[in-house]
Ligand binder design. Structure first.
Ligand code: AAO
Length: 512
């Protein structure tokens, strides 16, 4: 009996590590601050046809409206309740988007903000995305309803009621994170309301959740909430499928709360990944690309089966959260394409690609004063649609990194090599490296200040392959470089360090 329970528990938790991605796809894209209507269209016209497995969406819950600064992106991390109207659209638009994305094989993952409600200084009234009344000072959120009884203030032992010291586990989990009213997730009532919110989304067809601020919640409380979650909707998922759970825990070491406390519950965001790969591609702290021969667990990262990885996220691309200056973003586009390419070629982790919008940065003493600026919007605060240019890029300030040819083609590369082990590593003991994935794909990087000129064993069957970085295969022709692989699997590569994209990738489906 005990063994049975153990197996059942183990089974449940492992299931929540599975992204439930359909049709052998492998990568998720975060369409940060996109409207539901645009995501639906993007699933049909771009993500489905190009092999993207899923979309992380911005929080769909009712949120506070912040006037000062004007409509910052972070207002959506301040829930007013669990009605599903937000800056991205109405509940009907959300449901339509989930349906249309599922119908083209693209999963939806919801950013679930369940640690807290709005900031304690959020005022009183109906200044919220669905117009629900609330009072932050009275801790009253009637649309849920939550009252002052549903918050942790009695449990918190700091003088200010705030998290004052990340070295104190109790503070981090029982006090307010940057002033946000901290929900008492130990209460059965609160757990029930949170689970109802998530279950409504599951029943609408979502495939899982990015759970916000998990460091600030007790693993036992999360376990209880997750156990209340329904299986996924059988219209799109095999019966008995558990929601995919990936938990935001920032663990760069040096704090008593560590990522491993959450492994049994689902995957965890591996923040070391982007911070370290940033050092490597920037050549900071003496790092070299050749040192990544044992990239992944060999670098002290969490085990492969627990990790959700990314180069940058919506916080650290603008100096929030953690990771520091090494984080590479679209602002450093040349390095960014290489770093994202490396991530997508490498077998470690479930990968998430970032898709951003531009904002006017204004650095004062190294800090961006405009780190709050929300998505491209009209003056009334309504988010602008994402227009698609004739060359497939996006307009109106939407960056659409996921549509950059090099990144989109590496998402396809990852699908083509799915399940194949890393193979045929080569490096020059500096910043030129190459590796393959079984006999399905091969990638070569030159991040040195010299020319790469070398013949390598690719592991691929002989033939002519089209490089999917400088171009791509279109019908039977190649718009980029062509690579001849001999019958012995060997191929000659020449990459100048002055090229726009100093890397080459070929795979089974790019064979001419
Ligand atoms: C806004 C205003 C606040 C105001 C508040 C309430 O900005 O001034 O007080 O409203 O009115 C987002 C924004 C916040 C915003 C909030 C609500 O980022 O600025 O506050 O919405 O609107 C911690 C958490 C982590 C969190 C991260 C931002 O642990 O969970 O802070 N991320 C998520 C979301 C994020 C969101 C929230 C949570 C809240 O992704 O978008 O906030 O829903 C250390 C700790 C980390 C900690 C960081 C930053 O990191 O380890 O756990 O993250 O500090 O406080 C080195 C260390 C590294 C350290 C880092 C930074 O790198 O190695 O460990 O330094 O010091």
């Amino acid at each position: 009996m005990k063994l049975f329970i153990l197996v059942a528990l183990f089974g449940l938790s492992l299931a929540q590590h599975n992204p439930n991605i359909k049709n052998g796809r492998t990568a998720i894209v975060h369409l940060f601050e996109w409207r539901w209507a645009d995501i639906a269209a993007e699933c049909e016209r771009y993500l489905g046809p190009n092999g993207f497995g899923g979309v992380q969406i911005s929080p769909p819950n009712e949120h506070i409206l912040v006037d000062n600064p004007w409509r910052p992106w972070w207002q959506r991390y301040q829930p007013i309740g669990y009605n599903l109207c937000s800056r991205s659209g109405s509940e009907n638009e959300l449901r339509d988007m989930i349906t249309r994305c599922n119908n083209v094989g693209v999963n939806i993952y919801v950013d679930a903000v369940i640690n807290h409600m709005c900031g304690s200084g959020g005022g009183e009234g109906t200044h919220s995305s669905c117009g629900s009344w609330f009072s932050a000072s009275k801790k009253d959120f009637p649309s849920v309803p939550f009252s002052y009884l549903d918050f942790n203030d009695n449990k918190c032992k700091t003088g200010s009621g705030e998290i004052e010291n990340y070295g104190d586990v109790n503070q981090v989990r029982d006090c307010r994170l940057v002033g946000l009213l901290d929900l008492a997730l130990e209460k059965d009532y609160v757990r029930g309301k949170v689970a109802n919110f998530m279950n409504k989304l599951i029943d609408m067809g979502v495939a899982g959740f990015r759970v916000d601020a998990c460091k600030h919640m007790w693993p036992g409380d999360l376990d209880n909430v997750y156990r209340r979650l329904n299986n996924l909707n059988t219209k799109w998922f095999p019966s008995g499928s558990r929601p995919f759970i990936f938990q935001e825990v920032i663990d760069l070491g040096g704090e008593p709360i560590s990522a491993k406390e959450y492994y049994h519950l689902g995957r965890v965001t591996e923040f070391k990944y982007g911070a370290k790969l940033g050092d490597v591609f920037r050549k900071w702290n003496g790092e070299k690309l050749s040192y990544t021969k044992n990239w992944g667990e060999g670098w002290g990262f969490m085990s492969d089966g627990n990790a959700l990885v990314f180069i940058d996220n919506h916080d650290n691309q603008r100096g929030h959260g953690a990771g520091g200056a090494s984080i590479i973003t679209f602002w450093d586009s040349r390095l960014y394409k290489m770093a994202v390419g490396y991530m997508l070629a490498h077998p470690y982790g479930v990968t998430r690609v970032m898709s951003s919008y531009r904002w006017d940065r204004n650095f004062v003493n190294g800090k961006d004063q405009n780190d709050w600026i929300g998505p491209p919007s009209n003056s009334n605060g309504a988010t602008k649609p994402v227009p698609i240019n004739p060359d497939q890029t996006c307009g109106d300030g939407w960056v659409c990194e996921h549509r950059w040819r090099q990144i989109k083609n590496m998402v396809i590369f990852r699908n083509v090599v799915n399940g194949q082990p890393q193979a045929n590593w080569w490096d020059n003991q500096s910043n030129q490296v190459a590796f393959g994935r079984g006999n399905r794909g091969f990638i070569v990087f030159n991040n040195d200040n010299s020319i790469l000129d070398v013949t390598l064993n690719t592991g691929l069957p002989g033939g002519t392959y089209c490089d999917v970085i400088s171009g791509q295969k279109e019908g039977s022709r190649c718009t980029g470089k062509q690579i001849q692989v001999g019958g012995d699997g060997r191929a000659h590569f020449n990459i100048s360090n002055s090229e726009e994209d100093p890397f080459i990738a070929i795979h089974a489906d790019s064979k001419l």
